[in-house]
Design a protein around this ligand. Structure first.
Ligand SMILES: [Zn+2]
Length: 151
């Protein structure tokens, strides 16, 4: 799913005092994994269409690969959340990270599919792509309906 929608869904679900932390944890997996790639492509004056091209220096490809796998793994998210909860108590807004991965598992395809079991398995679902017109329309309709009904 697109990063902005992750933020809106997180804000909608965690409408408590610390909703902004849920938004942060809802968007950080994509921000952490994609920012160097996007900044490099903007710096190189690539067109908007080419912003996510794979024509990148090897260090950015390596960083993006590992950052994507680490930030999109339910294993890693659960481990870090569990350790944090042991020291600081239950922080439900951290589950926005799990929500992000759970949505991405079904809204990415092929090589961009979500490696949710990393590092134990490379099994992935190949779902409907979030950028397909049907999905974008359905997502916006559901988001708008949910915000109107719940907020
Ligand atoms: Zn993502």
């Amino acid at each position: 799913m697109d990063t902005a929608s992750h933020g809106f869904w997180s804000a909608l679900i965690w409408r408590a005092d610390l909703w902004w932390l849920a938004v942060l944890f809802g968007v950080l997996p994509d921000i952490i994994a994609q920012t160097p790639k996007v900044v490099y492509n903007v710096w190189k004056n690539k067109s908007v269409k080419g912003l996510l091209s794979e024509d990148l220096p090897s260090w950015i490809k390596t960083y993006t690969y590992y950052a994507f796998h680490l930030t999109h793994s339910l294993v890693i998210a659960t481990l870090i959340t569990g350790i944090t909860w042991m020291f600081f108590g239950v922080q439900l807004w951290m589950l926005a990270w799990h929500l992000h991965i759970g949505i991405d598992m079904w809204t990415h395809k092929k090589e961009q599919a979500t490696p949710f079991l990393y590092p134990f398995s490379d099994f992935r679902f190949s779902g409907i792509h979030w950028s397909s017109k049907g999905f974008i329309g359905m997502n916006l309709l559901l988001l708008a309906s949910a915000w109107i009904m719940l907020v």
